[in-house]
Design a protein around this ligand. Structure first.
Ligand code: PLP
Length: 367
């Protein structure tokens, strides 16, 4: 049997006719940038996220950059960020000229450990950027309390956690301003690049609206140095078709995570993902850990099972961050995660017998 790590056909193919007719409408409208479809998606995604405002942008990295710029964060400023995250969280901070200040995650949830944040706050700290990694909510209450105590902002990186909750509240609605990505493989994926900023703060969102379009609110009147990071009408129209299915897809991901959990518990030295009591985990990624990671990945590969590593090199050890002078051992928890983590196939439409086969193969490896 062959099981791909990710297959988008089961979610996109059943919607093909609806996607085609949405695309046809956009083609026929002859209006392709910043129009009705973008406005419609923005209002629908704001409603889904239970926030007042949403601005569509070109991708998740830009969403983070625009959120930071809206908060006036730049040269000389510091932003607290997890040591264990996708590189985009760090790069957005660096891109605006600020410095990422890494904080280690809890080894249980893989998310930023709020107990370690205060020690990293200085007079230059402007914001905390929690990342709801793999689809599980960070400890937002503690993070918001710290932000309040030190009068700094919170920017959620919600790229992996659309629809996740901390207690009863959706991620992407806690921070002063928040970013998400609709990269095709995310829980809500476009058919190309796309992203969004969400917030309840009208002033900040006005800044994003202007910054995403050359710093201009009125055509050819440029108030500030903006960028071109517009969500296009075509992707917005396709996202409008897909958004109503997100909750069902999320439930399916959670259901499949339970099947994995049931079959994999107690095998070898495997550590399975744990959902904290306060969190909903939307399983963007089903990540397991083992000391024999590389051997297990090879074995699965030989038996037709695709897996990925999220992520093999933590940001502080990437060549891009050579200038920050971190070394091996600087962030041991992020490093041990990078050495031992393995992501198994999990997506809407993955079949029960495919999960059985993945688990059977893992059991065979450890026996
Ligand atoms: C995917 C992702 C991003 C960036 O999104 P793009 O649309 O690919 O730019 C940012 N942060 C995290 C945690 C992500 O997983």
């Amino acid at each position: 049997m062959e099981v791909q790590y990710l297959n988008l056909n089961p979610q996109n193919q059943p919607l093909k006719q609806a996607l085609l007719s949405a695309a046809e409408n956009v083609i026929d409208s002859s209006w392709y940038i910043l129009g009705k479809q973008v406005e419609l998606f923005e209002s629908q995604y704001a409603k889904f996220s239970n926030v007042k405002y949403c601005n569509g942008v070109a991708n998740g990295l830009d969403a983070l950059i625009l959120a930071l710029r809206a908060l006036n964060i730049g040269q000389g400023d510091e932003v607290i960020v997890p040591s264990n995250t996708y590189i985009a969280s760090w790069m957005a901070i660096s891109y605006v000229g600020a410095t990422p200040i890494p904080v280690e995650p809890r080894i249980t949830t893989y998310n930023i450990n709020p107990d370690l944040i205060e020690a990293k706050i200085t007079s230059r700290t402007k914001a905390i950027m929690p990342v709801h990694l793999y689809g599980q909510s960070c400890e937002m209450e503690s993070i918001l309390n710290i932000a309040k105590k030190f009068n700094i902002s919170v920017i959620e990186d919600n790229a992996q956690a659309q629809g996740a909750k901390f207690k009863d509240q959706l991620t992407g609605s806690f921070g002063n301003i928040n970013a998400t990505s609709f990269y095709p493989g995310k829980n809500l994926g476009a058919l190309g690049d796309a992203g969004a900023v969400t917030s309840n703060d009208n002033e900040l969102m006005k800044a994003v609206r202007i910054l995403r379009n050359y710093g201009s609110e009125r055509k050819y009147h440029n108030e500030t140095l903006g960028i071109n990071s517009r969500l296009d009408e075509l992707q917005a129209a396709l996202l409008c078709v897909k958004l109503p299915h997100l909750t069902a897809w999320t439930n399916e991901r959670i259901e499949k995570s339970k099947q994995y959990h049931h079959q994999l518990k107690g095998i070898g030295d495997l550590i399975l993902p744990a959902t904290a009591q306060y969190a909903t985990h939307v399983y963007h990624i089903y990540m397991i850990r083992t000391a024999r990671r590389d051997a297990l990945q090879n074995y699965l590969n030989q038996h037709g099972v695709g897996t990925l590593i999220h992520y093999p090199i933590p940001p502080h050890l990437q060549q891009a961050y050579f200038a920050l002078h971190y070394k091996k051992g600087s962030f041991p928890i992020a490093e041990v995660i990078a050495k031992t983590c393995l992501s198994l196939p999990l997506y809407p439409g993955l079949k029960e017998e495919e999960i059985d086969y993945v688990c059977y193969t893992i059991k065979k490896f450890f026996s």
